[in-house]
Design a protein around this ligand. Sequence first.
Ligand code: GN1
Ligand code: MG
Length: 364
Amino acid sequence: MTIKEICSHFAIGGEYVGCEENFSGNINNTFKVTFMRDGDIKEYILQKINKQVFTSPDKVMDNIVRVTDHIRSKVVKRCGCTRTGVLRAFPSLQGDSYYVVDDIGQYWRCYRYIKNSTTYDACDDLSLIEKMGVAFGKFQNDLVDFDASSLFITIPDFHDTKKRYKAFREAIALDPLKRVQKVEGEIAQLLEFEQKACQLQEHIDKKQIPLRVTHNDTKCNNVSFDKESGEVLAVLDLDTVMPGAVAHDFGDAIRFIANSRKEDDPNFKLVKIDLDKFESFAKGFVGEIKDLLTDLEKQTLVLGVFTMTVEVAVRFLTDYILGDVYFRNKYPGHNVDRTKNQIALAKDMLKNFDKMQEILQRYL
Ligand code: GN1
Ligand code: MG
């Protein structure tokens, strides 16, 4: 089916004009689609859900719709308007589902695209970074009364660092493409990080940390802004919304936004944790949620920063060893560059661990 045909199955009106692919995600295929209605241009985001990664796209959409409905009710109370503030998915014309299955069994969904909105793959503006922190903090806050256990687990053990290490060891033992010998140094480094990187999961396993509704993919390009006013419009990419620890969301955001380089920059010698960016995000995020947090949650936020960085490095390297089957690779060896970059970042985080704790303490 063509993009135009797929669009015709969603409850969106007007004349189809065209579409443009966006390549920033590593998992799904994303298109910005333009329609003309009553002389006005209307834009939508159409996404093909990656079925290898999300084996039950219907459950992914169920989570997203329930969570966004819940946030919407909070947004209405706050400002009475729902044009912004939360992502909006469109239902299909056929029934009450929020996806369309095409002729070859692929699942598609459609979101509203807000005019004049933009996202940032990287950001040096500290005031915008603080707003990103506020946005992800509000997301937690708005969902504090949502029953996390009612969500479907769409990717089991997604941020279970211990299980990610287990899969890493299995990949190394299997070594199907004889790639292990090319990355022995990186493997050794990640194994050296293992004990510290698994401490957060130990707390979770012992139920010492509450499971909340977490976003689980808090990269800065998952917050949309108004291009002109610089105001936050919505938190995007809710595919992995599931029960999780607050340190996962905080940690993943910091590993992405406070990296002095992009996450896959091969110039990994220049990779550092930018403490000004750390502070700006922490100020925004913690400012929104500090009253909700238990002492142990507060104490493990910085640990989460290290954990999420090492965990994604383990995932990138596991994927390389298994033949680059999970993350979209733009060139051969892309996963290795990502791994080296994240290892360099994790090392610098260890050096700056106490400084991060000190900064965070000011806002807790
Ligand atoms: C994937 O494609 P994107 O940006 O939504 C991945 C995240 C990783 C990220 C690394 C479902 O996210 O967990 O942190 O790449 N999403 C999934 O860039 O695995
Ligand atoms: Mg994602």
